[in-house]
Design a protein around this ligand. Structure first.
Ligand code: AMP
Ligand code: MG
Length: 461
């Protein structure tokens, strides 16, 4: 169905030569020479409930390879059939959610956010049986810097196998954090590094309005990439309580809750490493507590810098947080579209600028005007950029195009129901350059039409 040629080249392949074999390999029908596929074991807290044995129920790790940059990457098939961890599942996947992951993960990458990548989606020609009946089966190939999750550590820790946790931790340090090889406290530093990467990742998610939807500990990758695109979706209107997933009844994974959940998950990771960190449990707990407690502040600093950039600010002032929070309150109370309002704010740079388009997004724009005056005054204190320069800098971090829910639905419907991939490819291409306005594509930048809000996502297994 789709094959990511640029990514294949990044992996060092001769694309023309391999193309005839691609469908065979990426459906799992042909195992490449030298590959020894495995299914990975892991555990995880799912919505807060610990499950000691999860694992790749419907994914197969084909193997690892070194890409053009010499970076080791994992290749995984998703939906290729049962594994020892399938539990009640069939190990299969159907076309729409696999195309969805392809589209959204590649959009995340183009937005500049660390993520697993998508290499291919292949239809199997076999039906997959779900509640809705027979659906077209498909296999997605995803590429990750590694698939080691917080839950991978939990798997061994839950069995009391501290030696295995040590082997895993050493492996992860070597693969992802080689700078820690010389550290006098590598396991504590490992916690610190994973926290730093997650803080950055979540700050980036929050910047573009991404809601992951299932931040279970088994869906948090140690390497800091976004992983497991199930019920994820992007905000339309700004509301920190936004939940898209049909199974997240309590809003555990609501947009505004993501930093807190990340810290919670990281505490679960830290717990697994305690015996390696210090033989005295109380001392070990004290060390990691400090790091975990530091997370909110670390996150907020990164988030704040991200928000400053989105507002065109390059310097830091103490009052910035207040200015940003007020802006977000206006967005919230005005029910304004998150992506559009930031983009149009860039248009409103400059004292004489016309903010009509921006104002039109707000239910009641009167209060916004006062805020704009203060924002412009703050910009005036910020440096000596011209308005045009400032606007260009803002546009470079405020996307025009995100995978809007109503558009994603639309192109998936067309692809699955009518076998027409053209709308899918058009959206995919557009999302490859999310920060550049493209003529004739206004519809793709617009907020959902009335009546298309209240979007719900399903796990789509
Ligand atoms: P997820 O919600 O996709 O993160 O999956 C949670 C767990 O269920 C993981 O262990 C998956 O491997 C497993 N799983 C999800 N869908 C299937 C399926 N169709 N067949 C077998 N296992 C599955
Ligand atoms: Mg998962």
């Amino acid at each position: 169905m789709v094959f990511n040629r640029p990514l294949a080249m990044e992996l060092g392949w001769d694309v023309a030569a391999m193309e005839p074999y691609a469908a065979g390999i990426f459906s799992g029908n042909h195992v490449p020479r030298g590959a020894a596929p495995i299914a990975m074991a892991y555990a995880g807290h799912q919505f807060g409930q610990f499950v000691p044995t999860l694992g790749d129920g419907r994914a197969i790790l084909l193997g690892e390879l070194l890409d053009c940059q010499g970076v080791r990457r994992d290749l995984q098939l998703k939906g290729s059939g049962r594994t020892p961890f399938s539990r009640q599942g069939d190990g299969r996947a159907w076309l729409a959610p696999m195309l969805r992951e392809y589209l959204v993960s590649e959009a995340m990458h183009a937005l500049g956010i660390p993520t697993t990548r998508s290499l291919a989606v292949v239809t199997t020609g076999e039906p997959v049986w779900r509640e809705a009946g027979a659906l077209p089966g498909a296999v997605l190939t995803r590429v990750a810097t590694s698939h080691v999750r917080v839950g991978t550590f939990q798997y061994f820790a839950a069995r009391g196998d501290h030696e295995a946790v040590r082997i895993l931790a050493d492996y992860v340090v070597q693969r992802h954090f080689p700078e820690l090889l010389e550290s006098p406290a590598p396991y504590l530093d490992l916690v610190r590094m994973v926290c730093a990467r997650q803080a950055r990742l979540i700050a980036q998610w929050m910047g573009v309005g991404f809601v992951h939807g299932v931040m279970n500990t088994d869906n948090m990758a140690i390497c800091g990439e976004t992983i497991d695109f199930g019920p994820c979706a992007f905000l339309d209107r700004y509301d920190p309580d936004t939940v898209f997933s049909s199974i997240d009844a309590w809003g555990r994974y609501a947009f505004g809750n993501q930093p807190r959940i990340a810290a919670w998950n990281l505490a679960r990771l830290a717990e697994t490493l305690l015996p390696l960190i210090d033989p005295d449990p109380r001392q070990a707990v004290a060390w990691v507590t400090e790091i975990i407690q530091d997370f909110p502040e670390r996150f907020e600093a990164l988030w704040l810098d991200g928000m400053r950039a989105k507002m065109g600010l390059e310097t830091r002032e103490e009052q910035d947080l207040l200015l940003i929070e007020e802006w977000l309150q206006w967005l919230h109370s005005g029910q304004a579209d998150y992506t559009l309002s930031f983009r149009l704010l860039g248009q409103a740079v400059g004292v004489g600028a016309d903010a009509a388009e921006l104002r039109a997004l707000f239910a009641d724009p009167a209060g916004l005007d006062q805020w704009l005056v203060r924002w412009r005054a703050r910009l005036a204190r910020d440096g000596h950029r011209s308005d045009a320069e400032r606007q260009a800098r803002m546009h470079a971090v405020n996307p025009v195009y995100i995978p809007r829910n109503h558009l994603v639905e639309e192109v998936l419907d067309r692809a699955v129901e009518q076998g027409d991939l053209q709308p899918f490819m058009r959206l995919y291409e557009l999302l490859q350059r999310p920060y550049v306005e493209q003529p004739g594509m206004e519809r793709y930048a617009a907020a959902p039409p009335a009546g298309r809000e209240g979007y719900q996502t399903f796990c789509g297994t």
